[in-house]
Write a protein that binds this ligand. Structure first.
Ligand code: MN
Length: 231
């Protein structure tokens, strides 16, 4: 849709490349689920029992594909969280669990970069997590692999290393809320649109990154993501 009546040109949409295709996915919104692996819930000081899923958002403009991660100047403690990203390809609301995968176009490897100090302060003060979770370049992401090529992975290693040293290691089969459940629950709150992304949660082992670190994220059958932390 174009209009000659805009006061200034609208921003171009954030996009994700697709493996083996010249086409791009225009990204609509980014949702993230908190505490979706038991061991990570425990390491953050929470009850590992299954609680209703809760979501927060990152701005689509904070998506960064194949780019280095600039260390945010407002934080002293920035953590990595490796996550499988679910790419919605078909609109829907109040989607039944058994139909949910029909709405999933594909998957990617993402990092839910987190200013842990700002998040902790927000938690303490009962404020939104916004400054800790949604900041510039907060969502590095790989290219998308299509479900029509790889199916819908429900198991497989998810790992993250810093300078070649493994920091996070888990398996997609440890997701507390599975992908069909995430899509279904989220669709009860929002009208899901093609181009919506869902960051599905991180396994245990989250920790700080520093300027100069080389980061490697990997999910079996989905792909990998390599980037450096820069000043
Ligand atoms: Mn996360």
């Amino acid at each position: 849709m174009t209009s000659s009546n805009y006061l200034f040109p609208p921003s171009a949409p954030a996009t994700l490349p697709i493996q083996g295709s010249a086409q791009l996915i225009p990204v609509h919104r980014i949702y993230c689920i908190g505490r979706n692996y038991e061991a990570h819930a425990v390491e953050m000081g929470h009850d590992p029992n299954k609680e209703p899923p809760f979501f927060f958002q990152k701005n689509a403009e904070s998506l960064d594909v194949n780019a280095d991660f600039p260390f945010p100047k407002q934080s002293q403690d920035v953590h990595h969280e490796v996550e499988m990203v679910v790419v919605i390809g078909k609109a829907g609301e109040a989607i039944a669990v058994e139909n949910a995968l029909d709405h999933v176009l594909g998957y990617a490897v993402g990092l839910d970069m987190t200013c842990r100090d700002l998040q902790a302060e927000a938690k303490k003060l009962g404020r939104p997590w916004e400054p800790g979770k949604s900041f510039e370049n907060a969502a590095p992401c790989s290219q998308v692999v299509l479900a029509s090529d790889i199916g819908h992975p429900s198991a497989g290693e998810i790992s993250f290393s810093v300078n070649g040293e493994i920091r996070q290691q888990g398996d997609l089969n440890q997701l507390i809320w599975k992908v069909p459940e995430l899509v279904s629950v989220l669709s009860n709150f929002y009208r899901l649109q093609p181009g919506d992304l869902i960051f599905s949660g991180t396994p245990s082992g989250v920790g700080p990154v520093r300027v100069g670190d080389r980061l490697e994220a990997r999910i079996a059958s989905v792909g990998s993501l390599s980037l450096s932390v820069v000043a």
